[in-house]
Design a protein around this ligand. Structure first.
Ligand SMILES: [Zn+2]
Length: 140
């Protein structure tokens, strides 16, 4: 699964940040990783961190075992990153009740570590990590 060209993506979460290749010429984000910018064909690409914010574009709830390390039901979503909506990830949506899923909802990345891979998954922005009923910002 890990290759020289995608290793940065699958290990990026080690410091909690999501990263993509970005064209240094036209500033286009490129995903999945490719040696060439799909917009301007430039080969000068650099890995850059993004905010980790994304929007839910499509969603499917699975009630059957699909991956050995995940208990059903679980939610498979397609998300568009905040920086560029053409960059889409097929991922898991976590910490969200099925009834609360809504296309267009705001999501925030978090990472699940499996051996040397940090799998990016997304949770609703309204449900921050460690949510326990308290409001972490202190706002009413
Ligand atoms: Zn480019």
């Amino acid at each position: 699964m890990l290759t020289e060209s995608n290793r940065f993506f699958w290990t990026s979460g080690a410091d909690g940040k999501l990263r993509f290749l970005r064209c240094t010429a036209c500033r286009n984000y490129i995903h999945p990783p490719s040696p060439v910018c799909d917009k301007c064909l430039c080969r000068e690409l650099a890995v850059e961190a993004v905010s980790g914010r994304a929007t839910l574009a499509a969603v499917t709830v699975n009630h059957q075992m699909w991956m050995p390390n995940m208990e059903p039901p679980y939610v498979v979503g397609i998300v568009e990153i905040e920086e560029q909506d053409s960059v889409r990830l097929t991922t898991n949506i976590v910490a969200c009740d099925e009834a609360d899923l809504a296309i267009g909802m705001s999501l925030q990345v978090e990472f699940q570590e499996y051996e040397d891979v940090f799998l990016p998954v997304f949770r609703p922005v309204s449900s921050p990590p460690g949510a326990d009923g308290k409001n972490p910002t202190g706002d009413a």
